[in-house]
Design a binder for this molecule. Structure first.
Ligand SMILES: [Zn+2]
Length: 1013
């Protein structure tokens, strides 16, 4: 899977406050009808907010529903007392009965007996640990009133596993529900009296069981909703080696969120509403479409049949083998049985109206499906997918194993894309490319296709055993996406994007709230939270580091091929990968791959390498780079660091690079005394930060000021990123940061400019949120002056290269945001030209966001833009319009936008996280967004799974640039009041840590800013 927005810049801003005791919904408002004053605005501006959240009024029922709690467990208080585990507590001793003790004991026994009765008679299911007696032999298929659930773990027992599933699904678009018929063939591995599998929100109407070739008979299905599990219990043991079949009939509503088997709609070019149903099963949602063993290691083969009305078509993982007319007038599409075993989260089916363009590539039929009116936009995706399929077939030396590969653009889709085997689903923005589209849009589409195609091997063919090693899927797919594109489509300049992503992954991993790449996960929220930049970008970064440190360019590839071949069709954990790579590493100079890489996957964070030099002796020391330094607990962290370096005598070509392995706390290398400076981490291929010490930084800064081109642009960007990071750590002064930035007036390359802009914008926005108006003005002048010449050189006409587009869009977006006059005038002129041309003039794709954002500051043009947005069909342009709309600083309009995103009528709910992110860039927007998030939290976590990337993004957008104690108190108070509705999320810890960090930086550096800006 790839999350939407993983390619976007980090949100640029932050803010806010609040005191909520209830959670009223935001009204649907017309922008002109509102005069909304955020309750927290005064607090924010003065930075004096006090919070008095009353957390007694929790909406326990809805939170219980969200967590899948059964009715009996409605409140936390009840949960404590009604815990089924109570039954297993040893009886309290009453062995010395005084009269008083006897009374107490009798009372106690009465209470225990009452509680036991309550447990047995409460509606909903109950459960207990294995071995508790069955209470009756009720035969209803879903009546579980008084049965004991025979399993008490989050993970399923391994005594039985599925061999194959036969699924028949009949969606009904009139009632927005579906019926299902699932036949599961299973094999018994250990003697057992139970089958436990997953099911969520499925109303099971009939269940039968057959052992071997025996007769099928009805069985009772027990359900334990908190863990989304169902079970069948048997009076006699099923024996190891036996096969059996469970058949289940059920009904369920099509999901109205973006997971499971969900319904979706869009408006076609004639203004008609069209409906469709699609699936999104990763990570835990196959269980919402069919009962199954919904863990990645329970691989099986699947056969899918879809019953549909004549006017729709259906797609699934495999090719369609036949269509039959059923007695009820429905058509039944039957798809071939999968030829390879796969995990449940990779199963997919879609019912709707789609049109393909197809091509045969190495005997595989590759098709790109879109809604009919967007068929013209599929050519680029088809050509790119075809090239990449050939590349991967060749690179992995294993051919893509299915007969067909479909890529489908879904009009309403939350993630960026999902790698379902043979049926990859995408947002339209990440698949469709119009004739007018820019190279940057093509870069996005090619990246996502490259990522999802890599998954057909990494993830689909060889799958992580459990979500704790999600990085084996995502880190690899991310690495392969960049690696393959550098070879197949070098004109897309993908390296810049990959470098920027690695910097952002380091920023997150420098926090105490980060986690090891390989981390144990035991709850649905923890599984969701693994979909973050540590699994994706850090995972990819450590693979890059390993590949770059191995001698020869084929060794890494050989190890990967060996790993894929050895574990084809199986599940693995991180050690399996390192062992495969260790086997092919025949060099004796290189440290053992397994030992080296374990230090990067088993502990969070990364090293700070500090350099000190005496003559020809260079001493390197490592320590944990931890921004919020409660360092004591991590002082023992140690990495095997493949340190690369170049010197002033040879610094640009790959051959200049030298390698030193730092595997202890410190190590010493020798350089000629004549060397003036060293730059470590050549082209930033390593995942560590370097402190050169006062003299070392001085020498580099001097060299850069004379000729910046003595270093590659990646090295220059790496120095910028590192010095800002060290400033956050308190290791270098802000004055030193400014000394390095002095050279920027001569910088013309994309990567260093974008990194410097991002870092400076971040400080600007923090100052703005603190209402430091004097410093805000001076910071603005500083940024505009530093980049003034380069900005003035940018053109506003069509540009052909990706790096030119990346450079100018970053410069112009900053200049226009800071209201630089020339920039805003140019943008306004371009917008007028666009409006007046009546569709004959197109704004270059990379400039649309900046042009629409400037236009949106005028009330009239905002209205025009909204109308255009509603009629636009090309998704990429539509997204740019939405970004423009969301950049308004007009309060009533902001309120309307947030509300519209939540309702999903004019602005699809899938785009709400991105709207919030953009809204939060302005001071006003952040005020309203923070209020909105607090007031609508319950609805947000119903629409987006708790812990999901969407929720992570919303929290980060609203908090990451706050920097005062009162903001910290307000954010902490709000999230702690949520309890199980969010207080435990890692992104909340990250938010709090970030605010404290910002606060510390501001307090330390405000005097410097005052003096030096
Ligand atoms: Zn992925």
């Amino acid at each position: 899977m790839i999350e939407n927005s993983m390619f976007e810049e980090e949100p640029d801003i932050v803010d806010l406050a609040k005191d909520s005791t209830s959670y009223p919904t935001f009204p649907a408002l017309d922008p002109e009808e509102v005069a909304y004053e955020p309750r927290s605005s005064r607090l924010l501006v003065r930075g004096l907010g006090e919070n008095d959240v009353d957390d007694d009024e929790e909406d326990c029922e809805s939170s219980a529903r969200l967590l899948g709690m059964s009715f009996m467990n409605r409140s936390s208080a009840q949960r404590t007392h009604s815990s089924p585990y109570v039954r297993q507590l040893p009886p309290r001793s009453c062995s010395l009965p005084s009269a008083r003790t006897t009374i107490v004991c009798v009372l106690f026994l009465v209470i225990v007996a009452s509680m036991t009765m309550v447990l047995y008679f409460l509606p909903g299911c109950t459960f207990t640990k294995m071995g508790c007696p069955k209470s009756n032999n009720k035969t209803s298929t879903n009546g579980t009133d008084s049965e004991l659930f025979p399993w008490a773990e989050f993970r399923l027992p391994r005594s039985i596993s599925p061999l194959s599933y036969d699924l028949t699904l009949t969606p009904d678009f009139n009632n927005m529900d579906f019926t299902g018929h699932t036949v599961i063939n299973m094999s018994v591995h250990h003697n057992t009296k139970r089958i436990v599998l997953h099911s969520e929100n499925l109303n099971i109407t009939k269940a039968t069981f057959r052992l071997g070739n025996g007769e099928a008979s009805d069985v009772t299905i027990l359900e334990y909703k908190p863990r989304q599990q169902i079970a069948v219990k048997f009076s006699k043991e099923l024996k190891a080696g036996q096969n059996c079949v469970l058949t289940l009939d059920y009904t369920a509503d099509l999901s109205h969120t973006y997971d499971g088997f969900y319904n979706s709609s869009y408006t076609d070019q004639d203004g008609n509403k069209r409906v469709l149903a699609a699936t999104q099963f990763e990570p835990l949602y196959a269980r919402k479409a069919f009962p199954c063993f919904d863990e990645p290691s329970f691989k099986a083969i699947f056969q899918v049949k879809i019953n549909r009305k004549l006017e729709y078509m259906a797609l699934s993982n495999m090719p369609k083998v036949k269509t039959t007319l059923l007695a009820n007038g429905f058509m039944q599409d039957e798809f071939a049985m999968t030829t390879v075993k796969m995990s449940t989260y990779l199963v997919a089916f879609i019912v709707g109206n789609f049109t393909p363009t197809s091509k045969n590539v190495s005997d595989i039929l590759v098709s790109v499906y879109s809604v009919p009116e967007k068929r013209d936009h599929t050519d680029y995706a088809l050509a790119t997918a075809s090239k990449l399929l050939e590349f991967y077939n060749d690179f992995f030396e294993i051919n893509y194993p299915l007969q067909k590969l479909d890529l489908v653009g879904i009009p309403d889709f939350l993630a960026g894309a999902m790698e379902n085997w043979g049926l990859i689903t995408f947002r339209e923005t990440t698949l469709l490319v119009g004739t007018q589209s820019s190279p940057l849009e093509k870069q996005l589409v090619a990246s996502v296709i490259a990522h999802e195609l890599a998954h057909q091997w990494f993830g689909n063919l060889v799958t992580m055993s459990w979500w704790s090693d999600l990085w084996l899927n995502e880190g690899f797919a991310t690495y392969m996406q960049y690696m393959s594109l550098q070879t197949v489509l070098p004109q897309l300049d993908i390296g810049n994007l990959f470098l920027a992503m690695r910097f952002r992954a380091m920023d997150k991993d420098a926090l105490n709230s980060s986690h090891a790449v390989s981390t144990e996960v035991n709850t649905p929220e923890q599984v969701q939270e693994m979909f973050d930049s540590v699994s994706y970008e850090k995972g990819a970064a450590i693979l890059l580091m390993l590949n770059a440190s191995l001698p020869g360019d084929q060794q890494f590839r050989k190890g990967i091929i060996q790993y894929l071949k050895q574990f084809s069709g199986l599940n693995t954990d991180t050690d399996d990968l390192w062992n495969s790579l260790t086997k092919v590493d025949l060099s004796n100079q290189h440290p053992n791959v397994s030992e080296m890489m374990k230090s990067w996957t088993s502990q969070k964070g990364f090293p700070l390498v500090t350099l000190s030099r005496k003559g020809d002796q260079v001493t390197l020391t490592q320590e944990h780079f931890l921004l919020t330094s409660d360092n004591a607990s991590h002082s023992s962290s140690m990495w095997t660091v493949p340190v690369t370096y170049v010197t002033d005598s040879c610094s640009l070509a790959p051959d200049c690079r030298q390698l030193f392995t730092l595997s202890a706390k410190s190590g010493t290398l020798k350089v000629p005394e004549s060397v003036k400076w060293l730059k470590l981490n050549y082209r930033n291929t390593g995942f560590y930060i370097v402190d050169y010490g006062h003299d070392g930084w001085g020498a580099l800064i001097d060299a850069m000021s004379i000729n910046a081109k003595v270093l590659t642009q990646e090295d220059r960007a790496s120095l910028i990123h590192n010095i800002f990071s060290l400033s956050k750590l308190g290791r270098v002064s802000f004055r030193q940061v400014l000394s390095l930035l002095n050279y920027m007036s001569n910088e013309t390359e994309t990567t260093p400019v974008r990194e410097a802009l991002l870092q400076l914008n971040n400080i600007y926005h923090q100052l703005n949120k603190r209402y430091e108006q004097g410093l805000v003005t001076r910071m603005k002048s500083f940024i505009l002056n530093l980049f003034g010449v380069l900005t003035a050189e940018q053109t506003w006409t069509k540009a052909d290269s990706v790096s030119t587009q990346e450079l100018r869009s970053a410069l112009l977006e900053t200049a226009c945001y800071l209201e630089e006059n020339n920039c805003t005038q140019q943008a306004k002129a371009l917008f007028r030209h666009y409006i007046d041309s009546n569709g004959t003039f197109q704004i270059p794709g990379d400039l649309q966001r900046v042009v629409f954002s400037v236009a949106a500051q005028s009330t009239d043009d905002w209205g025009t833009l909204l109308t255009m947005y509603q009629y636009a069909t090309y998704d990429s342009e539509k997204q740019n319009m939405l970004q423009g709309l969301a950049s308004t600083r007009h309060s009533p309009t902001i309120v309307w936008l947030l509300s519209a995103g939540l309702n999903g009528n004019i602005i699809p709910t899938q785009d709400l996280p991105s709207v919030i992110s953009t809204v939060c860039r302005s001071f006003t927007g952040n005020l309203f967004a923070w209020d909105f998030i607090q007031e609508n939290w319950n609805q947000l976590i119903e629409k987006f799974p708790m812990g999901s990337f969407a929720i992570q993004r919303i929290i980060k957008a609203a908090t990451s640039q706050l920097s005062t104690q009162s903001h910290f108190n307000q954010v902490q108070s709000f999230f702690s009041s949520l309890r199980e509705r969010g207080s435990q999320l890692r992104s909340v810890q990250e938010a709090l840590e970030t605010i404290q960090l910002n606060q510390r930086w501001m307090e330390r550096n405000l005097p410097s800013l005052d003096k030096w800006l």
